[in-house]
Each structure stands twice: as C-alpha cells, then as structure tokens.
Design a protein around this ligand. Structure first.
Ligand SMILES: [Fe+2]
Length: 260
C-alpha cells in the first residue's frame, strides 16, 4: 500500500504519523510506502537538534518505508549531502535504511505506480528568512533539474501513473484563493506546462495548506490528511481541518451584529 500526506514541517507536524492519528500504519510492512509531499523539514538544523534526531529515529523504526520529496522549507545543503543510491528505479538520497529522499525530475516505480517526482517551490516568506540558515536558493530547481524532468517524461512517452510534486500547477492555483500569494513561482509555471502535455492517472501535491480534490485534473492537494493513494480514502484521525480563513469567517458570522 502507498499512503501520502502533505507538509510535515519537521518536528512540528511529523507526529501525525504516530499510531494515535495513523492507526492504519501499524499494520504495514517495509514494502508499504508513506510519502511526504515536501516541506519534510526534519533535516533542518546543522548539527541536528536532539528532537530532530529523535523524530528521525522514530520514523526509521516505523513499520513502513518513508519517502519524501523536497518542498521549499528544507535545508538543501543537508539534502544534497545525503549519500545517493539507486532505489525504485532512480537515484534517492539515503537518510537511514528506511527513509529516502526522492530527487527532482526522476520517474520512480513505487510498487506498481510509475511516478514522476518534482519537488521545490518558491517560499512566500523568503524575505523574513536568512540565506543558508533558514532559506536556500535551491528551493527553485536548477536548469539541470528542470531539464531532467522533461527528459524523463520524454523517455516515458509523456505517460505515467502518478505525479508527485510539492506545489501545484498554475492552473490549479488559479482555482484557489491563493494565487495572489503564490503567483510567479517558476515551479508552478513549469508544472502547468507538464499538466498540459502529460497523460497521468492521479496527481498528488501539498504546499497550499489545504485538503482539496480537483476532479477535472484528478489532482489531490493534501495537508494534514493521510490518504491511501490507491483507494483515495483518508485514513488519518485528524482530517479536513478548516483553514484559518474559514475559521475566521465562521467566527465573524457568529458575532452579534450591531442592533441584534
Ligand atoms: Fe511549501
């Protein structure tokens, strides 16, 4: 089985994979995969903080195999320094024996799903971050990575089963209220070009901090939901948390109006 979830942001939200929230995880084996769709964030401090070491140890000791793609909030120096080996048909970064980083622009065979992977996105909060400390310019893919993605798809005749990315294509952003914040990201523009060319069955991404399905594009945006990729069933206890925006709106609607 393959399960997918959105940004974990390091120690802040990795606890979502614990048995109390993800009981289905307890029945899995090392052949089963749990995929974090970027902003994994557990390789962050250099040297790592004890709580990061502990969380990585907990992940390694989980019953399944963990895969993650990179988002924008990652320490790219640490990701680049990982030892690399061939797994699932393409190079991966090895964090520990059962935790792997899926690199940009490759097609991996994840169980029986030929999956095109492309992490990265532009940070909207980059102005408040420090280069090499809390922000890395490698959040935007290099020319080589952009080209590798196109070459991999060309070799696959532009036909895959799944697409796994951190951000969403521009045309998806346009269907949300987020375009005004996220417009101008070269990664979402690139993904939009791909969306128009490629044949695929399902697309999974994260980054937008919402859980939403776009049926016309067969695309799932995931936040805290943990989804079985084959059945598309959400299995986590915590799920579909309303966005901050809708919480504010519903609080405003309950507030007595003048004269009430
Ligand atoms: Fe992100």
């Amino acid at each position: 089985m393959i399960f997918l979830t959105g940004d974990t942001h390091g120690v802040l939200e990795i606890g979502r994979l614990r048995p109390d929230n993800f009981p289905a995880g307890q029945n899995l084996t090392r052949d089963d995969l749990v995929i974090i769709l970027g902003d994994f964030g557990l390789l962050w401090s250099d040297p790592p903080r004890q709580e990061e070491r502990d969380a990585l140890g907990e992940l390694e000791n989980s019953p399944w195999t963990t895969l993650f793609l990179d988002g924008n909030h990652e320490n790219f120096s640490l990701l680049k320094a990982l030892p690399e080996e061939e797994r699932f048909g393409a190079p991966v970064g090895v964090v520990s024996p059962h935790v792997f980083h899926l690199r940009r622009g490759y097609i991996y065979t994840l169980q029986n799903k030929r999956s095109f992977v492309f992490g990265g996105a532009r940070s909207v909060d980059r102005k408040g971050r420090r280069s090499g400390v809390s922000w890395w310019r490698q959040e935007i893919p290099s020319e080589e990575e952009f080209r590798r993605g196109l070459n991999s798809l060309e070799e696959a005749d532009w036909k895959v089963d799944w697409i796994l990315t951190h951000t969403a294509p521009d045309s998806i952003l346009e269907k949300t209220h987020l375009l005004k914040y996220l417009a101008g990201d070269p990664v979402s523009a690139y993904l939009d070009e791909i969306l128009r060319e490629v044949e695929y069955d399902r697309w999974f991404c994260a980054h937008l901090h919402l859980n939403r399905f776009f049926p016309g594009d067969r695309l799932h945006v995931l936040r805290e939901n943990i989804m079985n990729g084959e059945t598309e069933e959400v299995v986590s206890k915590k799920r579909n948390t309303p966005s901050l925006r809708s919480l504010l709106r519903s609080a405003a609607a309950k507030r007595p109006r003048e004269g009430d």
